[in-house]
Design a protein. Structure first.
Length: 194
C-alpha cells in the first residue's frame, strides 16, 4: 500500500475516532418517549394516553425509578395475561369491595372519564421502568381523577413517594395512592394513614 494511502486511511480513522468520542450517547429517557406506542407495547391496544403528563418516582421503595401514566383503557382485563400486568381497584377496595372482575363492569358517573386508569410500571435494573422486563406492572381502575402528581408522603413515620390525585367532580377533593410493601392502597386525604 502506498505511503499516501496509509496516511489518508490513518487520518480518516483518527477523525472518526475523535468524532465518536466527542459525541455522548443519548439519554435513556430521551430515546423512547412515553407515547401511545409505548403504552400499547406495555398494556395492549385497548389503552391510550389521555393527554396528562406521566410522572416518575420510586413508588415501591427499591431505589429504582417507576412511572405512572394516566390513560384510558376500554377493556382492562383483556390484555392482562398477555402483557403481564395486574388490574387493581384500591378505590373500590377502600369502600368495601375491590374485585376488578366485578368492579370494572361498573359505570362511572362522568362519561368523559369512563375508562380512566393509572398505568404503573415498577422499574428493574439500570433501565428502570423502561427495562425490557420491568419488576411489575399495574393498571389502577375506577379511581375518579382529574389529574395526578407523584410526591412524598409520610406513612407511619416513614417517607415514601406516592401518587396524589384530585378526584373528579370539581370539589377539589384530594386522595393518595401508595405502595404499602405488598399492594397499592387508596386513602382520602384527611383520613388517618395506617
Amino acid at each position: 500500500m502506498p505511503f499516501s494511502r496509509c496516511i489518508l486511511l490513518a487520518a480518516t480513522l483518527l477523525s472518526l475516532a475523535v468524532a465518536a468520542t466527542g459525541q455522548q450517547a443519548p439519554a435513556l429517557h430521551a430515546a423512547a418517549p412515553v407515547d401511545d406506542t409505548f403504552v400499547h407495547q406495555q398494556f395492549g391496544w385497548n389503552c391510550s394516553l389521555i393527554g396528562q403528563t406521566p410522572a416518575t418516582g420510586d413508588l415501591d421503595g427499591d431505589s429504582v425509578e417507576d412511572v405512572v401514566i394516566p390513560a384510558r383503557c376500554t377493556s382492562p382485563l383483556q390484555d392482562q395475561a398477555e402483557n403481564s400486568y395486574l388490574v387493581i381497584d384500591p378505590f373500590s377496595a377502600f369502600y368495601g369491595y375491590g374485585n376488578p372482575a366485578i368492579t370494572t363492569q361498573f359505570s362511572t358517573e362522568d362519561p368523559q372519564r369512563r375508562g380512566y386508569s393509572l398505568l404503573i410500571i415498577h422499574g428493574a435494573g439500570p433501565d428502570a421502568w423502561r427495562a425490557a422486563k420491568p419488576k411489575a406492572k399495574f393498571m389502577v381502575v375506577n379511581l375518579p381523577f382529574d389529574y395526578m402528581i407523584v410526591k412524598k408522603l409520610t406513612v407511619k413515620k416513614k417517607t415514601q413517594m406516592a401518587i396524589y390525585v384530585e378526584e373528579s367532580g370539581g370539589a377539589g377533593v384530594m386522595s393518595v395512592l401508595f405502595w404499602d410493601g405488598k399492594k397499592y392502597r387508596y386513602q382520602p386525604m384527611g383520613s388517618s394513614l395506617e
